[in-house]
Design a binder for this molecule. Structure first.
Ligand code: ADP
Ligand code: MG
Length: 151
């Protein structure tokens, strides 16, 4: 499996990167965001939302698990941190197979529910302003997307 690495040197660079990726998003896309608190998962989502033309401000959905935003495609922003010790299926498939794009923070906690085709994004804190993004695309669509926008 191809792996793509990109370093960003500011929150703005992360926003720009996410915005670029969002231009190739399709209905039913699932992108997972893994990385410690403060890594930049929500910042990435803000940029992605901007690229989809979402007008509302995107905030961390920690207390609601799923927040929906209207854009070129609907954006389903999930933060499944609270599901770490639960194996509850809260109806993920409806979102994964829907008309929108799912961005899932702490996706490792719902690993068993994730579709095979997805864009796995792992963010590592390097220093105050620098983050390492690692992208692991699975399936044709995400491999093409990655080859187009991540090189
Ligand atoms: P998470 O959702 O992973 O907990 P957030 O996106 O909420 O993380 O927070 C990331 C914080 O790190 C923000 O305050 C952001 O401004 C800051 N930051 C600094 N450099 C970067 C960078 N290169 N990419 C993303 N965020 C960055
Ligand atoms: Mg967050």
């Amino acid at each position: 499996m191809n792996k793509y690495q990109i370093k960003t040197h500011s929150a703005q660079e992360t926003i720009d990167l996410a915005e670029k990726i969002s231009t190739l998003a399709k209905p039913g896309d699932v992108m997972t965001l893994e990385g410690d608190l403060g890594a930049g998962k929500t910042t990435f989502t803000k940029g992605f939302a901007r690229g989809l033309g979402v007008k509302r401000t995107v905030n961390s959905p920690t207390f609601t698990i799923i927040k929906e935003y209207a854009g070129r495609l609907p954006l389903y922003h999930m933060d499944v941190y609270r599901l770490e010790h639960s194996d509850e299926d809260i109806g993920f498939d409806e979102y994964f197979n829907g008309q929108g794009v799912c961005l899932i923070e702490w996706a490792q906690f719902i690993e068993e529910f994730l579709p095979e085709d997805r864009l796995k994004i792992t963010i590592t804190y390097i220093n105050d302003q620098t983050r390492l993004f690692e992208f692991e695309p699975s399936g044709d669509h995400f491999q093409q997307l990655a080859a187009e926008v991540l090189v």
